[in-house]
Ligand binder design. Structure first.
Ligand code: NAP
Length: 238
């Protein structure tokens, strides 16, 4: 099951996992976009809003069994300093990135355990490791998701369920378009003169961690483009 699979990393992950032989179920809010991802790969597309507990429970109830949950749905809104924090944006970031992981994981956990070989993957971010100016709302959310992931790993010790966090740096998806409310100039500035990762690069990481022998738990992968050395240090060509 892949959450937030109508675009970007989630869509690429769904395609890659289908290619690896997984029977894939995808969820997101935009069903037309979701079906365009699911239909060509023979995946099931189901409506999902990770900010809505009922929606998450309905999504998870649709599957009789689950071996792999990829908690990918989420993102950032805005890059305002704390002094100008927009509470609505902060609330959405916490709801989608933290509670979204909690709701989906909670609803699927008994099935993951019952599978005898379950795996929870959380798409975090370098923002979960390095706070940066203008990033506090997203940093706080991804730090939160990271805490949930770390605690899950401890609480599930002894159960047949692996827990992995994948923390990407800059990936060229719709992430920045969403973050900057559709402002193309701001999006262009983010990736100007540098080569970001692609969604397929992160899908490759998900497929790799999910296909290790089941006694091997990859705890955390931090994956940056060669042109990026930290959350804010980026090499740009003229
Ligand atoms: P994206 O292209 O904007 O895709 C985001 C996906 O999340 C979309 O499919 C969207 O689908 C879904 N989504 C958003 N809110 C949702 C909700 N409430 N319920 C269900 N689905 C929801 O961005 P992306 O880069 O692939 O982001 C995927 C994950 O990677 C996010 O957690 C993001 O924080 C993380 N990440 C991204 C980057 C980057 O540079 N791109 C770096 C580090 C981490 P709908 O709108 O159709 O619901």
């Amino acid at each position: 099951m892949v959450t937030g699979a109508s675009a970007g990393i989630g869509a690429a992950t769904a395609r890659r996992l289908a290619g690896e032989g997984f029977s894939v179920v995808v969820g997101a809010r935009r069903l037309d976009r979701l079906r365009a991802v699911a239909d060509p790969i023979g995946a099931r597309a189901l409506p999902l809003d990770v900010c809505d507990t009922e929606s998450v429970e309905a999504f998870c109830a649709e599957v009789p069994e689950c071996h792999l949950l990829v908690n990918n749905a989420g993102g950032a809104l805005g890059r305002d300093p704390v002094a100008e924090a927009d509470e609505e944006q902060w609330r959405w970031m916490y709801d989608a990135n933290v509670l979204g992981v909690v709701r989906t994981t909670r609803a699927l956990l008994s099935k993951l355990v019952a599978s005898g070989d379950g795996h929870i993957v959380v798409i975090g971010s370098i923002a979960a490791l390095e706070p940066y100016e203008g990033g506090a709302g997203y940093n706080a959310a991804k730090f939160g998701a990271r805490a949930v992931t770390t605690v899950l790993r401890q609480e599930l010790l002894g159960q047949p369920v692996r827990v992995t966090e994948i923390d990407p740096g800059m990936v060229d998806t719709e992430f920045s378009l969403v973050r900057f409310g559709g402002d193309e100039d701001q999006v262009a500035a983010v990736y100007a003169g540098m080569q970001p990762l692609t969604a397929d690069d992160i899908a490759d990481c998900v497929a790799w961690v999910a296909t290790r022998p089941s006694h091997v738990n990859i705890d955390r992968l931090v994956v940056l483009p060669r042109d990026q050395a930290s959350a804010t240090k980026v090499h740009r060509r003229r």
